[in-house]
Design a protein around this ligand. Structure first.
Ligand code: KG4
Ligand code: ZN
Length: 340
């Protein structure tokens, strides 16, 4: 039987990424980051789309070469339809359409959030790993989303809880900015937290619905706490950096896990996964593993490489859509606010 080769393209935010999946196995995943945003302390949409435009051809070329697959051997091209930044999404979707037309192959539109969940199913060549069994619960935590989802199948998913304001990733990034860490701050907080005392400073927990989240109160409380502490001691941040990071991270993880426990007991599902950029956090990865042992959960954590934005997750979702004959017309347009 002919091999199925899927080219996946991700360009929803500030990473241009291309990947090849062959018969469900990952052959390549190449990502070009965008250093241009660093000095602005956040992603500048106009600069992001320009950088995608510059990076997309070399990134796809590198993904094809690494996979040793020729453009004419691609069976379908999958691209991120949304959610994300419109200008960034337009670059990936336009390229995908052009590529599909040039090779006369189908186009597959992929929801970025579904992609993060599908990353749990990525397998590299000769990799042996237990894959999640349906149904399972996923805590999807990224820069723009914080949701608890019942995953009944690749494309049958129900959101049962979500943030009413900021996402967990935003809480990490905004608090990191307050203490002078660069963007994105999540990885820096994680690094410093490893050396700090998580119980040193206490932050209040939000009061919202039993499966919902709220992080804006924590962000404000953190800002006031730092401001007041600096008034008393101008070197407060420097002298307490690791403890501040550890305490903040501990609070965010505590909020996330409490809701996940509620969701597991409410649904009776004890297969639990995490996904999205914040699932790269070492504290969250450890905490969920530990909680899994305590609660008798089967825990699934994506490979670290595929937690933050990447095209491998788009390609594997595209592969399953391809098997379902779920193709997009060339009239499809990106949707910056696409929902799960
Ligand atoms: O999934 P992602 O790459 O992009 C979106 O779809 O939003 O997630 C990015 C988010 C950022 O907020 C970033 O700070 C956070 O993931 N992040 C982390 C870590 N690595 C990335 N947060 C905490 N600890 C980390 N190690
Ligand atoms: Zn993402």
């Amino acid at each position: 039987m002919k091999q199925i080769n899927i080219l996946g393209i991700e360009s929803s935010c500030d990473d241009t990424s291309a990947s090849i999946i062959q018969d469900g196995i990952l052959l390549s995943n190449i990502t070009a980051g965008q250093a241009v945003h660093k000095k602005y302390g956040g992603v500048v949409p106009e600069l992001a789309s320009r950088a995608h435009q510059a990076n997309i051809v070399p990134t796809i070329d590198a993904a094809l070469k690494e996979a040793k697959v020729l453009p004419q051997d691609i069976s379908a091209v999958a691209f991120t339809q949304g959610p994300g930044l419109m200008g960034s999404l337009l670059v990936g979707s336009s390229f995908a359409k052009g590529f599909a037309l040039s090779q006369d192959i189908p186009l597959v539109a992929v929801n970025h959030l579904q992609g993060h969940i599908s990353a749990l199913f990525l397998l590299e060549k000769n990799e042996k790993r237990t894959l999640p069994q349906f149904p399972f619960l996923t805590l999807l935590v990224s820069g723009g989303h914080t949701q608890i989802i019942i995953v009944r199948d690749f494309f049958d998913q129900e959101i049962i809880g979500q943030t009413i304001d900021d996402a967990a990733g935003e809480a990490f990034d905004k608090c990191a900015k307050v203490i002078g860490l660069g963007y994105p701050g999540g990885p820096m907080i994680d690094k410093n937290a490893k050396l700090g005392n998580p119980k040193k400073f206490k932050f209040t927990q939000p009061r919202v619905g039993e499966l919902d989240f709220s992080f804006s109160g924590l962000k404000t409380a953190f800002l006031y706490f730092i401001r007041d502490s600096i008034k008393k001691d101008e070197h407060f941040i420097k002298e307490n950096m690791n403890d501040i990071c550890a305490s903040l991270q501990y609070t965010i993880i505590d909020i996330l896990l409490k809701k996940l426990k509620n969701a597991a007991s409410k649904t009776g599902i004890n297969q639990i996964a995490i996904a999205g950029g914040v699932s790269a956090n070492s504290g969250l990865r450890n905490a969920i593993t530990k909680q899994g042992e305590l609660q008798n959960w089967e825990v699934y954590i994506p490979d670290f490489k595929y937690t933050t934005d990447n095209a491998a997750m788009i390609a594997i979702t595209g592969y399953h859509k391809f098997l379902n004959n779920d193709f997009a017309s060339h009239k499809v347009s990106p949707n910056a606010r696409l929902k799960l």
